[in-house]
Design a protein around this ligand. Structure first.
Ligand code: HEC
Length: 118
């Protein structure tokens, strides 16, 4: 096959469509495609609730621990998502370290979204 500008353009078009498809799929999954809110709530319940208030009401068992429903007031939830993905947690001397899959993070952030006071 003779490589002309036309075949190169056609090739770029095909690659572009494939890349766009992959990006769409990724964002679909991250943006609620398979987010399990209940699993996210359970994660918070079993790992965070002994110190934090994790629900739409109630005080934190540990007074110093911020209410989960006020997180979005302090910073965008995406920055929490990033911190979780990188395993970075500030202000948690007593907290166990977590290894979360991106699915677990998506579930957890999805749950947080449902309880935020804006
Ligand atoms: C052992 C008690 C304890 C547990 C368990 C705990 N936290 Fe905390 N968390 C705290 C305390 C205390 C603070 C406030 C620390 C401070 O302000 O210095 C805090 C602060 C935070 C903050 C704010 C950090 C900042 O930089 O302001 C986030 C986000 C957070 N916790 C998320 C979580 C999540 C998510 C879980 C469960 C996976 C969790 N915490 C489990 C005690 C805990």
């Amino acid at each position: 096959m003779k490589v002309t500008l036309k075949t190169i353009m056609l090739g770029l078009l095909v690659v572009g469509i494939l890349v766009a498809g992959a990006i769409y799929l990724t964002s679909f999954i991250l943006n609620g495609g398979s987010v399990d809110i209940e699993a996210g709530r359970q994660f918070a319940e079993s790992n965070c609730s002994r110190c934090h208030s994790i629900g739409p009401a109630g005080a934190s068992p540990l007074e110093a621990a911020p209410l989960f429903r006020t997180f979005a007031k302090r910073w965008p939830l995406e920055s929490l998502e990033e911190a979780l993905a990188e395993g970075i947690f500030t202000g948690h001397p007593e907290m166990p370290e977590f290894e979360l899959t991106s699915q677990q993070i998506a579930n957890f952030i999805g749950y947080l979204e449902t309880i935020q006071q804006r």
